[in-house]
Design a protein. Structure first.
Length: 337
């Protein structure tokens, strides 16, 4: 019993030290959503359990090595132990009860996290290789930046145009997959004003690690002012020249996450000076980047891959109308003038 008492005290001491050490590391970023509060609670409980299990194993192992080591000159055999049924049942039932309890606890709060509020605002999120687009259907606004009002529940309706992505803002804690051909849902209530960043949490291709988008949480009055400004900045398409329509579309469709306008190297070729230039293809042929080439690059990107760049652009833009395609081509042409 003396050994059990000493080992128990040591386990408690080491457990506390491990918890304090892990807490000092700031393992998670700032919490910025109401739904994330419960996630942090569960994370803390699991850290406590892990710290205890780690201490129990390490302390008992080291204590046994030191206290019960063979004494000098002792060549006798150790005691023959066949097992302890009571101990085995105990160390099976206790972890089982803990896991079931955490599961029931989490399932109960999952309903609260996913429940809707009467004044929730819908934001449609579209993921694509390798960027994000955000549509506010109630306001007729599209943006490559996610603006959100503090204190209001947001219903994210999430989809993808190509492969599976995962919508995740670490400060919001919760995440949801973006699946081609269907809409998934995620509800978040931002609680802290600030600048954050969306990360894709699903390996989705060559430039997965660059699939970011800014998230800006502001006060409700600032959000309304932003919506008003977006409506002013984006006049109806019939009031735009073809090049202006194209400039609007390339921003909304996330083209600039892969193609630069200033000559810098991104995942795809830069658009600066591309129109009319000769392009070396992956198969060794040479093409002139005329209007036909640009349209084919958008609609059938696999048919003409530029040498030195990965063949990763999805053939996902057949939904664009002829007017919209012409607009994008005209905009690209302005970058060569």
């Amino acid at each position: 019993m003396k050994h059990f008492a000493i080992a128990f005290v040591l386990v408690i001491i080491v457990t506390v030290l491990v918890i304090l050490g892990l807490s000092a590391l700031d393992l998670v970023p700032q919490l910025a959503s109401a739904e994330g509060e419960f996630v942090d609670q569960m994370f803390d409980v699991q850290i406590y359990i892990i710290a205890f299990i780690f201490s129990l194993i390490v302390v008992l192992m080291l204590y046994s090595v030191v206290v019960f080591r063979r004494k000098p000159g002792d060549t006798s055999d150790g005691p023959h132990i066949t097992g302890n049924t009571s101990l085995e049942i105990t160390w099976t039932l206790i972890p089982l009860a803990v896991v079931i309890g955490i599961g029931i606890w989490g399932a109960g709060h999952l309903y609260e996290i996913t429940a809707s509020e009467p004044d929730e605002m819908v934001v449609e999120v579209t993921g694509f290789q390798f960027g994000w687009r955000f549509d506010y259907p109630e306001h007729g606004v599209s943006s490559s930046e996610l603006y959100l009002p503090r204190g209001r529940q947001i219903l994210f309706k999430i989809t993808s145009t190509d492969v599976i992505h995962s919508f995740w803002v670490p400060e919001f804690r919760i995440k949801q997959d973006a699946v081609p051909g269907r809409w998934t849902e995620l509800r978040v209530t931002p609680t802290e004003v600030g600048d954050y960043r969306i990360r894709c949490a699903e390996l989705c291709g060559y430039a997965h690690t660059t699939m970011y988008a800014p998230v800006v949480v502001v006060e409700p009055d600032e959000f309304e002012a932003w919506l008003t400004g977006q409506a002013v900045e984006r006049p109806p398409s019939e009031d735009l020249s073809p090049a202006e329509l194209g400039a609007q579309l390339v921003e909304e469709q996330g083209c600039l996450s892969c193609h630069s306008l200033d000559g810098s190297e991104l995942v795809g070729p830069t658009w600066l000076g591309i129109f009319g230039a000769e392009r070396q293809m992956e198969d060794g042929s040479t093409l002139v980047a005329d209007e036909q080439y640009l349209r084919a690059s958008i609609l059938e990107p696999q048919s003409q891959v530029v040498a030195g760049y990965p063949n990763i652009m999805p053939a996902a833009y057949s939904f664009l109308s002829d007017e919209e395609l012409d607009g994008i081509v005209e905009y690209i042409k302005t970058l060569s003038e």
